[in-house]
Design a protein around this ligand. Structure first.
Ligand code: NIG
Ligand code: FE
Length: 410
């Protein structure tokens, strides 16, 4: 099937080479104005100016009528498999409790774990599939999903099997991350070491044998897992070739950034609380910093100091953190808008962070993240927009007209 798309106002993020963008490079959003695009069997085949449209037979010609086209969002950090929403905790927060207060009294992640343990694989699968289909309509064309609401051997494996089923049944790339070290379960309240041993000696070998995960994650935070705990888990996971994506510096300067960098993590995520040392460590590494502005927004916490990080030449991605506790939304359009409004990303930087750098943060940069010959035709078609800046500027208002996945409208 050969498709020609004509009359594209702006074709955004057109790249010949695949390079992780850092610092000032993130300001460049290569664009073809008044463009055409050719798609062959779901793969980008060719693009250029409307003055040079190839003259050959196309099975379908689609007139974009001055819509703009950009690669779909690569959402590289979510917890989209969960059993129950947690709006009661949201109300508790409105009454003055903090995220840490709620966690300390057995709510939060432990609340989600109790619900997940009581829910079947099939129910979890169906609910997560529906959520993914919803965010695909909002322009997400690849997604990473973490375990971490199981917290027992059987339930962590159950979560990862759900993700495996989602991979098999949905048309977008999905990556699975094993986050056994998300919280210390009540069964091990006074025996964290015992739980870490369970993660390393019982969960990891099964996960590796059944190839249930692509990455490993640890919530490196005071009252959760320390730098030493994190190191022990990362070292064990590397033996099974699982690269790390760490929850770091969300509630405090936890040392998570430095330990992630030391162990060549693919990404360190959150980064709301950064000091000079952690920014410096990240800037001088190949580890991506993934910013999750909707989590800071929803928890009413400080926003990651993005300008300082970009000035130091960090490579940054943007993701939704979709989960029932700290970011009950997977709308990447709002993530991009909020990233500009609160983290002070420039529009071009935010779009790069949510597309090409997000693809790098999932190891799918050869398939997605830019308009590049040979990559998948996972594309957002906007309503007519006057400029790139209009995308984050017009926050909360749907800017997407249609979404294409593998060359098909969804
Ligand atoms: O990324 N911080 C740890 N994990 C999640 C929240 C999980 C939850 O509250 O259920 C996060 O914000
Ligand atoms: Fe998270």
């Amino acid at each position: 099937m050969l498709i020609l798309v004509t009359n594209i106002h702006y074709l955004l993020n057109v790249r010949q080479s695949n390079e992780l963008l850092r610092g000032k490079q993130m300001q460049q959003l290569p664009t073809i104005e008044n463009a055409y695009l050719v798609i062959k069997n779901g793969i980008i085949e060719e693009m250029g100016s409307m003055n040079n449209v190839p003259e050959k037979h196309f099975d379908v010609v689609y007139d974009a009528k001055h819509a703009s086209v950009l690669p779909t969002w690569c959402d590289s950090h979510t917890h989209i498999v969960f059993a129950k929403t947690r709006e009661q905790e949201f109300v508790d927060k409105l009454h003055g409790l903090s995220y840490a207060d709620i966690a300390a009294r057995g709510g939060g992640i432990l609340n989600s774990a109790a619900a997940l343990q009581a829910t079947s694989e099939q129910q979890l699968y169906e609910a997560a599939k529906k959520r993914i289909e919803e965010v695909m309509q909002l322009g997400t064309g690849a997604i990473e999903i973490k375990s971490g609401y199981g917290l027992t051997v059987a339930d962590e494996i159950k979560m990862l099997r759900v993700i495996q089923q989602l991979k098999a049944s949905l048309p977008i790339p999905i990556k699975a991350t094993f986050l056994g070290a998300h919280a210390i379960p009540l069964t091990h309240r006074n025996n964290k070491q015992g739980y870490i041993e369970l993660v390393i000696n019982e969960m990891l070998p099964i996960i590796a044998k059944e190839q249930l995960a692509d990455f490993v994650d640890v919530f490196c935070e005071h009252n959760f897992f320390s730098v030493t705990d994190t190191e022990i888990i990362l070292e064990a996971a590397y033996k099974y070739s699982l690269r790390a994506k760490i929850h770091a510096n969300q509630l405090s300067v936890s040392g998570g950034v430095e330990v992630g960098v030391k162990h060549k993590a693919l990404s360190v995520d959150h980064l709301e609380d950064m000091n000079e040392k952690s920014i410096h460590a990240l800037a001088n590494s190949n580890t991506i910093g993934t910013i999750l502005p909707t989590a800071a927004f929803f928890l009413r916490m400080q926003y990651a100091p993005v300008r300082n990080m970009l000035n130091e030449n960090c490579a940054l991605a943007l993701a939704s953190d979709y989960n029932p506790g700290s970011s009950p939304s997977g709308n990447m359009n709002f993530v991009v808008a909020l990233a500009c409004i609160q983290n002070e990303f420039l529009p071009e930087e935010a779009i790069n962070a949510a597309t090409i750098n997000g693809a790098f943060a999932m190891n799918i940069e050869n398939e997605l993240g830019s308009i590049t010959v040979g990559k998948k035709a996972n594309l957002i078609f906007t309503k007519p927009i006057p400029s790139v800046a209009y995308i984050p500027y017009h926050f909360g208002t749907p800017v997407i007209d249609k979404v294409m996945i593998n060359g098909n409208w969804i």
